[in-house]
Structures are given as structure tokens and as C-alpha cells.
Design a protein around this ligand. Sequence first.
Ligand SMILES: C[S@@+](CC[C@H](N)C(=O)[O-])C[C@H]1O[C@@H](n2cnc3c(N)ncnc32)[C@H](O)[C@@H]1O
Length: 374
Amino acid sequence: MLLDFRTNMVQEANIKLDIKIPKDPVSKAMGTFYNPKMLSHRNITINAIKSFTQIKNKPIKIGLPLAGSGIRALRILNEISTENISEIAVNDIRENFIEDFQKSIKTNKLNSKKVSTHNQDANLFLLNNLGFDYIDLDPFGSPNQFLAAVVARINRKGIIAITATDTAALAGTYPKACKRKYWASPLKNHLMHELGLRILIRKVQLQGVQFGKALTPILSYHKDHYYRIFFQSSSGKEKCNNIQTQHQYFLYNPKTLESKISKINYWEAKSNKEFQVAGPLWTGPLHDKTFIKTIIKKNDFNSEVKLLRSLQTEAENPNIIGFIDSHILAKKYKIKVPTNELLLNIKGTWRTQFSETAIKTKLQPVELIKKLKT
Ligand SMILES: C[S@@+](CC[C@H](N)C(=O)[O-])C[C@H]1O[C@@H](n2cnc3c(N)ncnc32)[C@H](O)[C@@H]1O
């Protein structure tokens, strides 16, 4: 494949970076490059680290095993107060990574006192370290091959931030790949991204519980072509057991749009012919209310307000798996498509990050239709 790049000095949030930028859609074959589409991803990361350091009230040790162009590390150095960082260890396997990164530090006149740079396989880099308070795992595609080392090296009460860009597997385009890689069955319908996100959460949690680490999602979202989850780690058998009791199946009836959560095994669930089955997946909350509140207070990026508000709405309402889409509801129940405003006027409904034409509610579709008609 002939790859087409422009080489440029790019600027992101006051950081200057001499790097190639892809002209065409991003793919793994491109190697390391600057991806402008991940700007929002990095803005939220900065907010999350600021919030974490405020909550922790102690300098944190940061590990970036897949640092890529280095833009995230440079932004952390520029935007997070030095006194809140005890060390930042930055790693990437690519050739010349250390030279390029050090050049960028100089170009941007950043303080490198707390920085260590590494040029190793990410798993070796992680395992050669004693432990981190914050690890950011941002791979091309699936995070799977690095999960064990990340989980092994996260400190008590530390935060792991994980990205997955292989949404095609998680969201049901390739169900066999989802089973192989994430040990669960996806569903390819309008709910696919929430279900995919929850399948990924469970997969990461399973890596944790085997080592006695309970990984609780404190911020989880789907945007563009990726999933992103921030987990807080804590230790103990009870906490791990509690995580595992929230790994269940999601049952969905495409005729009535009814849905439910089920503890029974996949084949029993599947024998209930009216329902399609996804899972096992995480059925607990996607966010922590206090964490999101702190993030919103710290947020200086206008471009992220909308996303953060929708995550806050989800965090402040009951944890419901799935949502009701107004167009699908109208088609199935042969009614005029209700506006979202109309649906949101019904008591017990609220917005969701997953669709602008959908609402979350405890009500089943038939009950919602009744309320729409009164
Ligand atoms: C998606 S990019 C990282 C983007 C970066 N976090 C950012 O914010 O711009 C993934 C990076 O992982 C690196 N990588 C891939 N496999 C690796 C491995 N086994 N060990 C270390 N780095 C690896 C690649 O060189 C690439 O730079």
C-alpha cells in the first residue's frame, strides 16, 4: 500500500510537533503519526489526569507504554502542574523514539527533570517498572496484548485508561473475532456500541480479578471510531467477586424492543427464541459521578463540553443498559417519530451519549408508548 503523508510542524494545545500527518483515513500500516482526530481523546485525558491529581492530593507516577508521536506526554508535561507528577515514564518501540521525543521536549522548552524515556516492547517496559498511579494504554486496534502487564503494574487506587479502536469486532461486524478476542457475543444493531463498550469493560476486568484487582469504570465512552474507558483499581477478593456478579447477559427482543438483563448462561438465554443475546458484559455503571463532576470543573476545552455533559447525565441517573431510539420505536409501534424533546418530557427519561435520537429509561417500550399517548 502506498501511504500518503504530509510532514509538518503541527500544533496542538501549545505543543509544537515535527511529525507526519496522514492524508487518508488512519490505519495500522501507517506506523507512528500524529492523528488530529484524537484531539478530543487527549483533551479528556488531560482533564482526567487533572481531576485524578486533585482527588489523590499526592504527586503521581505516570506510565505511557505506547507513546506514539509523544504528543500526549508533551501535553501532560505542559498542562499538568509539575508538582503533581513524581515521574513520567514515556515509551514506544519505534526507531528513534527517544531522540525524537527529546527533541520535542527542547522545541517546546519543557521541563524534563521528571521524565524518563524508553524504547522497549511495552510489556517489558511495564514489567520492568515497580508500579504506576496512572497508565495510559492507547494502541492501534485491540489493547489485549498489553492488558496483563498493565493490570500487573497499576498501583492501589491507580487509574488505567484504555482505548480500543477495533470497534468492528466489539460492535458485532465480526462476531467470531469478538468471541476470540473478548470472550463474549456482540449484537449488531443500534445498541451495538454500548454493548461493545460493556464487553470490553468486562474483558479488562477479567484480567484484573485473576490478580485480585477490582477495576471499576469511572468514565466510559464511545466516540468516532474508538472506545475509551478509565478504570480505578482497588484490591480485595470481595471487591473482585462484586465485579464478577455484574457480568451478565443482555437480552433484546427486536419485535417489541423489550430488553432485560439475565444471569443465566448463554445457551439458556439463546433458547428464549424471542430474544437476541449479547454478553457476558459489564452491567454495572459506566461512570463515577464525583469523577465526572471534577472533570467538568477542570475542563477548559469548549469542544468537550457536549460529550462531558452527556456522560454526566448518564452518571447522575440510574444505570440502565441499552436505550430506546425514537425512529425504531416509531417504526415498530407505527406511530409518528416522537421528537427527543417530547420523549425527554416524560418523567424517568434522560439523554444518552450513544445517540442523539434516543433516550434512556427504566420504562419498557410499551409503557413509554402509553405515556406518549396520554
Ligand atoms: C496509536 S499509537 C499511540 C498514540 C499516542 N498514544 C498518542 O496519543 O498520539 C500506538 C503506538 O504503539 C507503538 N507500539 C506498537 N506496538 C508496540 C509494542 N509492542 N511496544 C511498544 N510500542 C508499541 C507504535 O509504535 C505506535 O507509536
